[in-house]
Design a protein around this ligand. Sequence first.
Ligand SMILES: [Zn+2]
Ligand SMILES: [Zn+2]
Length: 304
Amino acid sequence: MEPFKVHILGCGSALPTLQHNASSQIVELREKLFMIDCGEGTQIQLRKSHVHFSKIIAVFISHLHGDHCFGLPGMISTFGMTGRTAPLHIYAPADFEPILSQTLNFFCQGLEFKVVFHAVNTKQNKVIYEDKSLTIETIPLQHRIDCCGYLFREKPTLPHIRRDMIDFYHIPISQINNIKAGADWVTQDGDVIPNSRLTTPAAPARSYAYCSDTRYIKTLYNLVKNVSTLYHESTYAAQDADRARLYWHSTSEQAALVARDASVGKLLLGHYSARYGNEQQLLEEAKEIFPNSFLTQEGAIFDI
Ligand SMILES: [Zn+2]
Ligand SMILES: [Zn+2]
């Protein structure tokens, strides 16, 4: 199976700590890299992760709080120094465009690659990116300012050919693509060999949903139903649920409710408040509701 992974570059919240970096992740699918959020210091985390800078096609910013976007100008400046020529696509709320272009015009004159801005409507659930391998759609969230998550859906792959059957029935190479596409095979004697005998089904298409800063949304599970892996912010422990509501964030229990109601494969927790010495309590509270929950950590890589 082709790799589909998420690299955690930062999973802390707004207040800097020695334990965690600000939000950023890399989604890797079939040799392509997409960044989600780019908090301050992301480029250092990128260096540590040994991810190839040049393979990053696009950056998706969830919202315009500094812990999700302060790292972008510095990273773009570094891309300029490392000889990038391929365009870099930025998907973010529209208000970011004038800020970013003014910053780049001032600090990054003479970049040898294009920075292409795509304004994202955070209030819509809509496909905003598509190529032959995947689609990426927005997930409207509820935060103090406009905010959305991003859902990466792998496109289904074709079934696998059974080599032994192809040889057995002497099927010519020229017919392989038709059979992959679902055709049966008719022998010289007129016997129909059903496609199901000639192929094995492709692995089910995988999906990854990144739900950035948000208040608990009871109906969110509808948009992330059955995803293979869900990342959902879990800034607070259950005892601080009032605080979560006040600041438009979630507890790890609330993240787990979304995972449970959506029947996802696994849940990744992150965006931890600096008030907890470690996140074990957050994990235990999530697991009470959704056992297949995991803490993210800088440097961790999860298979989707
Ligand atoms: Zn944040
Ligand atoms: Zn925020």
